[in-house]
Design a binder for this molecule. Sequence first.
Ligand code: NDP
Length: 396
Amino acid sequence: MAKVLIIGAGGVGNVVVKKCAQVPQVFSEIVLASRTKAKCDKIASEISRPIVTEQVDADDAKQVSSLIQKHQPKLVINVALPYQDLPIMEACLATRTHYLDTANYEPKDEAKFEYKWQWAYHDRYARAGIMALLGSGFDPGVTNVFCAYAQKHFYDEIHYVDIVDCNAGEHGHPFATNFNPEINIREITQKGKYWENGRWVEIEPMSVRKDIDYPEVGPRASYLLYHEELESLVKHIRGLKRIRFWMTFGEQYLTHLRVLQNVGMTRIDPVEYEGHKIIPLQFLKAVLPDPGSLGVTYKGKTCIGCIFDGVKDGRRRQMMIYNVCDHAECYREVGAQAVSYTTGVPAMIGAKMMLEGKWKGAGVFNMEQFDPDPFMEDLNRYGLPWKVLDGKTLEC
Ligand code: NDP
C-alpha cells in the first residue's frame, strides 16, 4: 500500500523494520537508511522480505531531502537520535512527506528536551498539507494513548496521572543503558520536574524516591524524573491537577552513575585530550555495551503504564492501564530487548495509523490528539497487550 523510509538502524530501528516487514499489506516497500550502512544491511539480512538500504547523514537536511526525492516514500519514520529531528522535519517539509518520530528534539550542546522547536513547524506543515506525529514510542507514545483512552472511556475529569516505568530485567552487565547511552544519561542527570496546579515544580536530579508496586513485577524503587510527554499531556487532559513521571533504577546502576558524574564522564562540553576535543559522554558511549546487544542475555520483564485518579459520573475512580513485556520473548521474536521492542512496535503502529488514514491531519501532532481506539486494538494485535487494573493507586 505505501513506501516508508526508516532512518536509524540502532536498537529501535531494528525492531521498527522487522515489525513493518510483518505487515506487508500496509508497508509494501521499506527503505532503511542510517549513518552506518553496514548496520542497515545486517538488519536487511535478518528478514525474509527484500528491503532497500542506504547511507545518510541525517544531520544534513539536504542529504535527507535527496534521499526522499530518490525513493519518494509516503512517510519518514525517524528512529535516529533526537538531534536529527529538525533536519529530518525540514527535509519532510521541503519534499511534502509525512513525518513520525519517537523522541523530541534536543540541541547537542544543552541537555534540554522541549517540544517548542518541533511545535514551531505546525503552521508550515499545515500549509504544506502534511502531518508530523511526535513521540510514537512507549513513553512518550503509548503512555499518551493510555491517557487519551482513559479520558475517552473511563473519566469525565482526570485529576492525577502518574506515569510509571519499570524495567525489572537483568542483562548481566555491571552497567549498561537500555537505549542510546548518550541520550539516556542526558535525560536522567538533568533536574526532575512535574506539573501541579498549573505550574512546573523543579527538583534536584533523583531526589524524590517512592516504592511502587508494579503489576506482575512487584515493588521497585522508583524516582521522579522529567519526561517529555508531560509537556503535551498538560495541554490535552481535562481537569488535570497534577502529572508526574517515575522510573525504576537499581542501586548498582545509580552507584555507577554517581561515580561517572563525579569523575566528569557525563559532561557534554568538549575537553582537550592529546590535541583533540572530545566530549566525555560521547566517549563513554563508545566504551559502554551497545543497547542493541543486550538482548542476548536479558531476562525479566518491563511494566510501563499510567495510574489515574479522577471522576466519572460524580464518583471517584482510580485505575491503572499498563503493559508487561518480557525481554527474552522480544529477543526470540525480533532479536531485541524489551526497551527497544516497546519503542519500535508503537512506532510501527503510529505509522500504520497514518498510512491507513485512521489518524490524519495537517500540522504537527502529539499522540493523545487522535482517537486512541484503533491504536489500542493494534497494541493487542502486534505484541504489546495491555490490561486495566481497577482500584490501583500509586501507594505500595
Ligand atoms: P541507537 O543509538 O541504538 O541507534 C541510533 C541510530 O541512529 C544508529 O543506527 C545511528 O547510526 C543512527 N544515527 C545517529 N546519528 C545519525 C545521523 N546523523 N544520521 C543518520 N543516522 C544516525 O539508539 P536507539 O535505537 O536506542 O534509540 C533510537 C531513538 O529512539 C532515540 O531517539 C531514542 O531517544 C528513542 N527512544 C524512544 C523511546 C520511547 O519510548 N519514546 C524509548 C527508547 C528510545 P550509527 O550506528 O552510525 O551510530
